[in-house]
Design a protein around this ligand. Structure first.
Ligand code: ATP
Ligand code: MG
Length: 363
């Protein structure tokens, strides 16, 4: 069986590549598919999120340098049908190792071409930035998905990512298809809507209908080392990931049909959801629940990654501006409120000085 290989890639960090990879993989498995996740990030986030200890003896690094075969590196997860080629901390040194090898950009595709991969899908979680590992992922994949978070820098990420894909399409893998762009960590405000609309108008049907909302459950799930679809199958984010997986499989079916191939049917959604709940029950011991403090820290970390470091004054200013934009209040109304605020402040100051003067008898 030849698996359909999909790379999850964006050169920008912290925009949900790992979350998309692990939840897509676990949802595909819930829909009855056989799936392998390839963790190409030395941070090992998808390895950890699928409940595997990143201190496993062998990982992708050993596979790349020829120290081990796929079967030796492959690890099963507690989710039926889902396995992982895990990352280990040594993967951080792969650039230097691969630079010694010839044809290093095609190392992964050569390994996969010479191995009988007994699965329907392979999902590759890429690290941020364009290095030898993402190039290897794109060189071996049939398709790439770009997660995008609508921040003022979203376009920069896309503008850097699209040419990298083109570079691979022109040289290493002319069959690589951009399967779609997925909006992730989607806030419900006008600024997000505007950025999303702008990207949709530029890329048209390439953008998936499904948008993954910002949902703290995702952060709680990550701290419990579980995909949100298992941690909280009913949450808004989990439901959106299920919608996305169905859309992903629809697109795959259409792509296969064009090539004269057929894709085996998947289980109905109700059964997929039942399986997610079963996995949730089986993992209830690791779901001790994240402390509010840890979730808050992770939330702050996420905001810093998406919006950069800001002082509290800048954050306050942004919040006020967003409030006015979101509530469709005009700039004039905004300035009026500021003016009234200033008059009140000056008034209070004047009254204070007058009372002080009275108190000390200087009138
Ligand atoms: N829909 C969401 N709602 C809220 N938080 C989210 C959502 N998706 C992801 N996150 C959080 O955002 C952070 C970054 O997500 P993730 O690790 O998936 O991004 P990444 O692109 O893989 O990052 P990196 O570039 O570092 O590999 C994590 O803390 C994750 O829990
Ligand atoms: Mg990641």
């Amino acid at each position: 069986m030849k698996p359909y290989i999909v790379a999850i890639f964006n050169q920008k960090g912290g925009i949900s590549k790992t979350t998309t990879s692990t939840n897509l993989a676990v949802c595909l498995a819930a829909f009855g598919k056989s799936v392998v996740v390839i963790d190409l990030d030395s941070q090992g986030d998808s390895t950890k999120s699928l409940g595997i200890d990143p201190k496993v003896k062998q990982g992708i690094f050993d596979l790349f340098i020829g120290n081990a075969g796929v079967d030796e590196v492959m690890v099963s997860t507690v989710f039926d049908g889902l396995r992982v080629l895990p990352s280990t901390y040594s993967l951080a040194g792969i650039e230097i190792k691969l630079s010694e090898l010839q044809n290093s950009q095609r190392t992964l595709s050569n390994i996969l071409a010479h191995t009988e991969m007994d699965c329907d899908y392979m999902v590759i979680d890429c690290p941020p930035a364009l290095g030898i590992l993402p190039i290897n992922a794109l060189a071996s994949a049939h398709a790439v998905i770009i997660p995008v978070t609508a921040t003022p820098y979203a376009n920069d990420g896309l503008l850097r990512t699209l040419p990298s894909i083109k570079y691979v399409q022109e040289g290493l893998n002319k069959n690589l298809l951009l399967q779609g762009v997925l909006f992730t960590i989607n806030d419900k405000n006008k600024t997000t809507r505007k950025i999303n609309e702008m990207i949709r108008s530029r890329l048209g049907g390439t953008v998936y209908r499904t948008e993954i909302p910002r949902d703290n459950m995702v952060i709680e799930a990550a701290t419990s080392r579980l995909p949100v679809c298992v941690y909280a199958p009913k949450s808004a984010a989990a439901q959106a990931h299920l919608d996305f997986t169905e859309e992903f499989m629809e697109r795959h079916k259409a792509i296969a049909a064009k090539a004269g191939e057929t894709v085996a049917a998947h289980l109905p959604r109700e059964q997929a959801v039942e399986r997610l709940f079963r996995w949730q029950n089986q993992n209830s011991s690791s779901m001790a629940g994240a402390s509010d403090e840890r979730v808050r820290q992770r939330k702050d970390q996420l905001d810093r990654m998406l919006y950069g470091d800001r002082s509290w004054a800048e954050r306050w200013h942004l919040a006020v501006v967003h409030f006015f934009i979101d509530n469709r209040l005009s700039l004039v109304a905004f300035l009026l409120v500021v003016l009234i605020g200033m008059i009140a402040l000056v008034g209070a100051g004047y009254e204070g000085v007058r009372r002080l003067a009275e108190l000390v008898g200087v009138t």
